[in-house]
Design a protein around this ligand. Structure first.
Ligand code: CP
Length: 348
């Protein structure tokens, strides 16, 4: 495991291969622990993790809170509808309030891109040591989702050693509303860094051609890494052509809350052209897993029958893997000095 240098985790563009290895190795050790009893580790005893979700969430918020409790942190939830936001309080003043109450980590979700980054900057300027962990901001970034997707795929390809090199040379197809997706952006950084080729597929209104050069330059965190194996990104409009030779398919929710105009000719048409079904998966030429970050619009981006087919659909694995991945992130950010406290026998 390499030394961890991130006080805040805002996006994955600054992650080195060593960072991905650190997170996945730790997540494997946490995943191997029984869910009850023994999973409760003392690593974050005395630490306070606050979840400031200014935008709704089922999975991310709950699994960050479960992850924090599993490491014995105190957890404080914030709910905008019952908060002083309605009285005009700003996100920064909300964050500073939780910092004043002793928060060590703030997990922040916001509908505006870059709010977590601005909060991190403002807290540093104010001389505060509290860490910001981005729980999803606008269409910018969702780093813990990108990491849990990476872990889920690494586990699928190499269950004995689910590390980044399990992705090397794989062809991962991401289908749907790429334009509005922070999940797609985080996956683009993570998957290409680990050597996977990413094929993006969707209509021009949801997938501008410019995405093919999304990761043209190595991320800043990788400049010094000996990575000559970074994957490529391509845009293919036809679902049939995109799925040919795929090793895994990730489909994305249509994010109507971020669409400021009507970008679709209709949901039925969209499902016909880009819906992932048992039938369309035959174009892959072999059995491949399907991922979706959730929540799923059944019958739109994925058929309902496929959502309920655990032999192909890894949605439940993604949700389960979210807890050890978020434990790993919290552990690295808030308990780095006590890495030796982990049980020695917690092997993947
Ligand atoms: N995948 C995801 O971010 O889900 P939630 O919005 O439910 O947290």
């Amino acid at each position: 495991m390499t030394s961890w240098t991130h006080r805040h985790v805002i996006d994955l563009s600054t992650f080195s291969i060593g960072d991905y290895v650190s997170v996945l190795e730790l997540a494997s050790r946490f995943k191997a622990l029984p869910i009850t009893g023994a999973r409760k580790l003392p690593a974050l005893q005395g630490k306070l993790v606050a979840t400031l979700f200014f935008e709704p969430s089922t999975r991310t918020r709950s699994s960050f809170e479960l992850a924090a409790r599993s490491l014995s942190a105190d957890v404080q939830s914030f709910s905008p509808s019952n908060s002083s936001i309605s009285k005009g309080e700003t996100p920064l003043d909300t964050a500073l309030t939780y910092v004043a109450m002793g928060a060590d980590v703030l997990v922040v979700r916001h509908s505006s891109s870059n709010v977590p980054k601005q909060l991190a900057h403002s807290l540093e300027e104010a001389g505060e040591r509290t860490s910001i962990l981005n729980g999803g901001d606008g269409l910018h970034s969702h780093p813990s989702q990108g990491l849990l997707d990476l872990f889920t795929l690494a586990h699928y390809f190499n269950p004995k050693e689910p590390l980044p090199n399990a992705l090397l040379g794989k062809r991962i197809v991401i289908v749907g509303d790429i334009l509005h997706s922070r999940v797609a952006r985080s996956n683009l950084w993570a998957l290409t860094a680990c050597g996977a080729d990413v094929v993006l597929c969707g209509p021009p209104s949801l997938l501008p051609e410019a995405f093919s050069s999304f990761v043209e330059e190595p991320p800043p965190g990788q400049k010094d890494d000996p990575v000559s194996t970074r994957g490529k990104v391509s845009v293919i409009r036809s679902l049939k052509d995109a799925l040919g030779n795929a090793d895994a398919v990730m489909t994305l929710r249509l994010q109507k809350e971020r669409m400021h105009q009507n970008l679709l000719t209709g949901l039925d048409r969209y499902h016909l052209d880009y819906g992932i079904t048992h039938e369309s998966l035959k174009w892959c030429g072999k059995e491949v897993p399907v991922l979706h970050p959730g929540p799923v619009n059944r019958g739109v981006e994925m058929s309902s029958a496929l959502v309920d087919d655990p032999s192909i659909c890894l949605v439940k694995d993604q949700v389960r893997n979210g807890i050890p991945i978020r434990m790993a992130l919290l552990y690295l950010m808030a308990a780095a000095e006590s890495l030796t406290e982990l049980p020695k026998n917690s092997k993947p």
